[in-house]
Design a protein around this ligand. Structure first.
Ligand code: CTP
Ligand code: MG
Length: 403
């Protein structure tokens, strides 16, 4: 057990993506199928969501993904879209069975020698953070092995063919989920002595004499196994986390130079000045684009469109907005509403606001009543007050499923 003042233990999450999903019956392994709808972007795959549950989780120090050798390219695409400060180790090649894949994973992280490992099915995309806390907290209290599980609710029978042979005592049965947590050295040595084809790691530890505890799992934490599970995902509230709101804000400033118009919210506005900028200088679209990236924690405009890249010289800033809008859509997200404030003495914004709303509605594919455009002077104070440039803020809400 560790307490404040002691060094925080290292806990490595091994995510298993080495299977081929025979029961799903799709040529693409289930972990690379879209979780929501039909969008095949890496951010919408089952695996993305399974890994993302561990990314940035405070109890997790490293992530390692085990993948079938034929699917490395897809696995890299998924990993590369995850925004995290939690290190993700090079992808590990899986084995012929789940058990073999876990063993490969455990061996491949020997150089890290973590205190604990959490072993998780890459086909389980709905793992809430508090479930990870329950497993790691029980490990920190000294358990050899910990699994999240749910008590059985149906009456359970044994059978031989069509004949029921007995009724089990339901009070003694729980349904095992993942992530399953272990002291690293204990589970590594248990795997070295395990008979083949055990279907989880708790049974691997148990056969080596270890004691396994259980903590409360989560009904949403299902393992995607058959086509029914994916269909259910978009329909059944129990297996689908509700869309959650995420807020984003953006701020941008552009300086004036000589000229005869400015671009604001994608609309050309006659003015006695123009913007000094690498792109078309549309300060309002830039703030809005950053707000959208911010809402899905996907960096900022400079990361996606570096100002040092000559191809964006004079670019139509609608391209940037479109990219951010597409990223939100690729995550199954919906834009709730947008509120923009443009700060300048001149030009006057209000007469152009309806045209701006219309243009943003086209670019963002949301109705104009969800788009607010406001303007303010800064009482002749500061750089905007002196007419040296324009500043803009933007705030957005997006609704994103399970993210
Ligand atoms: N797994 C693995 N290596 C294997 C087999 C399975 O890493 N050789 C992983 C799967 O990718 C999945 C998890 O273990 O994330 C649970 O296994 P399962 O649900 O059985 O997945 P599949 O083996 O892919 O599916 P199926 O049994 O239907 O073929
Ligand atoms: Mg399997």
């Amino acid at each position: 057990m560790y307490s404040t003042g002691m060094t925080k233990p290292t806990t490595l999450a091994i995510i298993l993506a080495g299977g081929t999903g025979t029961r799903m019956g799709n040529p693409t392994p289930k972990q690379f199928l879209p979780l929501y709808g039909t969008n095949t972007a890496p951010q919408n795959t089952v695996l993305y969501h399974s890994i993302n549950a561990f990314a940035n989780h405070p109890a997790i120090s490293h992530i390692a993904v085990v993948c079938h050798g034929d699917w490395f390219a897809q696995c890299h695409d998924v990993i590369n879209t995850i925004q995290t400060t939690t290190p993700i180790l090079p992808v590990i090649t899986g084995g012929d069975t789940r058990q073999q894949s876990v063993y490969n994973g455990l061996l491949a992280v020997e150089h890290i020698a973590p205190d604990y490992v959490l072993i998780h099915d890459g086909a389980r995309p709905h793992t809430p953070p508090d479930l990870i806390d329950r497993v790691t907290n029980a490990l920190h209290k000294g358990a050899d092995g910990v699994i999240p599980a749910l008590p059985a609710t149906d009456t359970l029978k044994t059978n031989t063919g069509n004949t029921i042979t007995s009724t089990l005592n339901r009070d003694q049965i729980v349904h095992a989920q993942t992530p399953q947590g272990f002291a690293y050295t204990a589970i590594l040595s248990a795997h070295q002595t395990a008979p083949p084809n055990l279907t989880d790691d708790a049974s691997v530890l148990a056969q080596a004499g270890g004691t396994v505890q259980w903590v409360t799992g989560d009904p949403a934490n299902i393992k995607i196994t058959t086509p029914h599970d994916l269909q259910n995902n978009s329909e059944t509230p129990m297996t689908t986390p509700q869309k959650i709101p995420r807020i984003g804000q953006g701020y941008d400033v552009h300086k004036f130079t000589d000229g005869d118009h400015v671009m604001l919210c994608g609309v050309k506005i006659p003015h006695t000045k123009a913007f000094t900028a690498h792109s078309d200088g549309d300060v309002a679209l830039h703030a809005l684009t950053d707000a959208l990236y911010g809402a899905i924690a996907m960096g900022d405009i400079g990361r996606h469109f570096p100002p040092t890249d000559p191809q964006w010289q004079g670019a139509d800033s609608a391209i940037f907005l479109q990219h951010a809008v597409d990223m939100v859509a690729n995550m199954g997200g919906e834009i709730g509403n947008v509120d923009i404030t443009i700060m300048c003495e001149q030009p006057k914004i209000t007469p152009h606001a309806p045209t701006m709303q219309q243009r943003l509605s086209e670019l963002m594919k949301i109705p104009t009543h969800k788009i607010s455009i406001k303007a303010t002077t800064t009482e002749k104070l500061g750089f905007t007050g002196r007419g040296e440039g324009i500043a803009t803020t933007a705030t957005v809400i997006v609704f994103v499923q399970g993210y």
